[in-house]
Design a binder for this molecule. Sequence first.
Ligand code: FUL
Length: 477
Amino acid sequence: MKRTLIAFFVCTAGVFCLSCRQSVTPPAPYGAIPSADQVKWQQLEYYMFAHFGPNTFTNVEWGDGKEDPKVFNPTALDCRQWAETAKKAGMKGIIITAKHHDGFCLWPSRYSTHTVRESAWKDGHGDVLKELSEACREAGLGFGVYLSPWDRNHPTYGKPVYDQTFTGMLSEVLSHYGEVFEQWFDGANGEGENGKKGFYTWPLYNRIVYGHQPHAIIFSDVGPGCRWIGNENGRAGETCWSRLDINGFEPGKAPATDTLNSGNIFGQAWVPGEADVSIRPGWFYSAATDDKVKSLDQLLDIYYSSVGRNSNLLLNVPPDRTGRIHPNDSIRLMELRAKLDTIFSVNLLHGAKVTASSVRGNDAAFDAANVLDTAFNTYWATDDLIYSASLEFELPQKQTFNLLLLQEYIPLGQRVAEFNVEYWDDTTDSWQLLASATTIGYKRILRLPATTAEKLRVNILHALACPVLNTVELYCE
Ligand code: FUL
């Protein structure tokens, strides 16, 4: 009898505790949300574009497809040097122009006679994709493939049968070289020979990509994996939603560039931005641009305008005629790495106290302190109907800072539409506004006027659903 009674109490207490825990459920996802692959991709943040091909040897940006394939002849191609450079630069992968608009294939495609096989390089026995994919794997970097549908060389281009050529090439690059983290589809579709204009079967191409590489992120003007940011300057909008309205659009027939730049607040699909830009004035190497490599300040500014605005940064570093990355480019990449490492090495919120105006169900699982840990999956959240809330930070001592980094927990969608930052001014005993902004997304870095203070407040002024932030950090550049 006694035992039964004890068992009854234990059971009831267990059920009661379970229901207590269950009463504070995590926030429901809001709107379109990323796939697990898109979250992983977003966390890459920064990777290399490598424009390489006949144009490297002919000083043009768009080869016309009539160039002699023999011009492609790097004297000391070293993909390990590319991978080592990318790795030391803190980049997470390399996307190679397997075929640019000139139609030249950097692998011996059986669908073309304009390839490395017809070139002078290694007497026609070379394969750049093989060398690069192996170098990336060895270095622990992602390997990505750019393939231009616009082909100024191929005799079938402009005819429906070209689809077979293009899908054949696509299958080759996606099935011979191991895992591909990103498939890059260029939307450029100029007229070819005799005014032939390509017509492309994008849904078919996407199916082929996923068939060979189910985890690849497909880049194009409108995704589906990630989208062009609307310019080639590496700059996302100050407002940058990862959602986009894609119905009725396709690569080459994309929404207006300012829409791509800022996304759509209520867009029906999750298509985050990728900002591409070249470290030099052109996409391909040219000796004439050896002294025009972007400055450290320009690159830093690009970093803040891309990674710092909810967008990944795809920085083009074109290998030179030897087939190596030129020292002027690699030195600049190392300078940028060193600068970023210095800036982001000391989080001034370390050891700070943080309080929130509201915590979801007053449950420690959603406490404000979660924005200070380094775990991705822990976050601060409010109750469902709270769309504005504040986080107040008290630093261990006065500090001078000028950078604020915030992250929303994107597996639950992008929610914050407007926020501001204030500091406590103890000469006037009042909060003073430092900056106002709109979106946060996966990552937002705000450059602030240099300020010395002990207390800081982040006010979420308007969110589309209860705010869910997993990180807040403070730095001084
Ligand atoms: C554009 C191309 O026309 C450029 O040559 C370059 O490849 C750039 C990344 O995309 O559409």
